[in-house]
Design a binder for this molecule. Structure first.
Ligand SMILES: [Ca+2]
Length: 483
């Protein structure tokens, strides 16, 4: 017991009580044909228990939300309109009007090049009065178009907020590093989250500007549709119906993926910052007024592109209630973030899936699904229904280093450690000859429970050591890479 530990005894911190919880993914609709490049799964909020899957190349399918369902119908086919090539272009967003049950209106976001210029379109369509599983293609009413200077970073997500307004996410226009500085420019809609009143029309538009938008009626030439800015490529937004907070995952440039809680008029930093670090300029950037992400993770563990998810409000996975479930498109890892703005934020790895996670989906009962881009399946998130304790406050007795999990491993494993107070942390990997292989953590960390992933791809099988140093505390544990 040293002085540090005596100091620590008065500190409270949050740990998750579900370290052993086993989460998994189950093919939700095994009798359905696979979808082709699915990007989205939503429900209509109309009490019909149907789900809608958006395919990138322009088709929307509808089917009954039962595990035995074996038929699906084409709800809308925009294949002849939307971009048919490009990894980030296509039909990207679908949102049903909150009163869809009565007015039959829904909204899509897609890219197209009708006159040789790539553009994003936000359009309204109507469902057929005679056939609830079919939309009327000729009912299209274009609300908004936006020129896209490059083929990537088109955003595309649409949703209705609890305020009844339509929110739309657009990326910075693409290329790399936001060469046109669009995200910080409030005279363009690129790199923004927009908010539109689709129940009114004014100013020659098929929508109106909500009077509470931050730049409504401004005289500086700022676009009045802007709700928030400084975003690079927001890939999925969601609203927590309990807190009404708007969550988004913003895809990073070279090093960091980030999660933001988006507020009216907020500037989320890009391209001045990538997450918590200066990006342009690379040092000494002016961070005045920039809102930091509530969580960021690096590319060092094979993660490379965030897919924003949902704050879980279902009933079948009680340990996840109130946590933000999200994933990484490239690594397939899926996490649950515990954030309340007061206690230390903690991040729990739920599972390491083999899928390209293009989206999370939610049904009317708020069960969560993973949309798998490559195999075209929708997987329901499963886990222990009971006997998992909720997050709780405990009194720490010391810095702690857990055994890595899984162990033996191939090629990825996760190492957890706990800090009762803010400390400079070093976590390094060594081989059996004592040679340093890599540095996983080398920075100041807040109090809380942390995990660091390690990808041993390319290294030989055998025993490795990981060493945690926190002040005078040093502990080394061994682990086994087994190919
Ligand atoms: Ca940011």
């Amino acid at each position: 017991m040293n002085l540090r530990m005596l100091k620590l005894i008065i500190c409270f911190f949050l740990v998750t009580g579900s370290l052993k919880a086993q989460y998994g993914l189950q093919n939700a609709f095994p009798s359905l044909p696979a979808f082709s490049l699915p990007l989205e799964m939503v429900h209509a909020g109309d009490g019909t228990n149907r789900l809608f899957v958006v395919q990138q190349r322009g088709r929307i399918y509808v089917f009954e939300n039962t595990s035995s369902v074996n038929t699906r119908k084409v709800f809308l086919d925009l294949s002849d309109k939307v971009s048919q090539s490009g990894s980030e272009t296509g039909l990207l967003g679908l949102a049903f009007h909150p009163d869809f049950k009565n007015n039959g209106s829904f909204y899509v976001n897609y890219t197209s090049s009708p006159a040789g210029q790539l553009q994003s379109f936000i359009s309204r369509f109507q469902v057929s009065a005679a056939n609830a599983d079919s939309a009327i293609k000729s009912s299209e009413q274009v609300l908004l178009t936006l020129n896209q200077p490059f083929t990537n970073h088109n955003g595309g997500n649409l949703l209705f907020g609890l305020d009844g307004y339509l929110y739309a996410a657009f990326g910075d226009g693409g290329s790399s590093g936001d060469p046109q500085n669009n995200a910080q420019s409030r005279t363009t809609l690129l790199g923004k989250i927009l908010r539109l009143d689709v129940n009114s029309a004014s100013g020659g538009r098929n929508y109106a500007i909500p009077p509470t938008n931050p730049y409504a009626g401004n005289t500086q030439g700022f676009r009045e549709e802007i709700y928030a800015y400084g975003l690079r490529n927001p890939w999925k937004m969601s609203v927590d119906p309990v807190t009404s907070k708007l969550w988004t995952g913003d895809v990073g440039q070279n090093i960091w993926e980030e999660i933001n809680i988006v507020v009216r008029g907020g500037n989320y930093g890009w391209r001045t910052m990538e997450a918590n670090n200066c990006y342009n300029p690379s040092s000494g950037c002016d961070t005045t007024g920039l809102i930091r992400p509530i969580w960021a993770y690096s590319h060092s563990n094979g993660d490379a592109s965030i897919t924003g998810g949902y704050v879980y409000r279902g009933t079948s996975l009680p340990a996840l209630i109130g946590k933000y479930v999200y994933g990484d498109y490239i690594s397939g890892r899926i996490w649950a973030l515990t954030y309340d703005g007061i206690n230390p934020t903690t991040n729990q790895l739920l599972l390491d899936s083999p899928y390209l996670v293009s989206s999370f989906g939610q049904d009317a009962e708020r069960n969560l699904y993973v949309v798998s881009y490559q195999d075209g399946r929708n997987y329901r998130l499963t886990g222990p229904a009971t006997s998992v304790s909720s997050p709780q406050f405990v009194i720490p007795t010391s810095v702690a280093l857990d055994q890595n999990y899984p162990n033996p491993f191939n090629p990825r494993t996760t190492i957890r450690f706990q800090l009762p107070s803010p400390e400079f942390v070093s976590l390094r990997i060594f081989d059996v000859l004592g040679r340093e292989i890599t540095i996983l953590v080398n920075e100041e960390r807040a109090a809380g429970a942390f995990e660091a992933g390690w990808d041993a791809s390319g290294l030989p099988s055998g025993v490795y050591f990981y060493r945690l140093q926190v002040g005078n505390f040093i502990e080394t544990k061994r682990m086994m890479l087994a190919r």
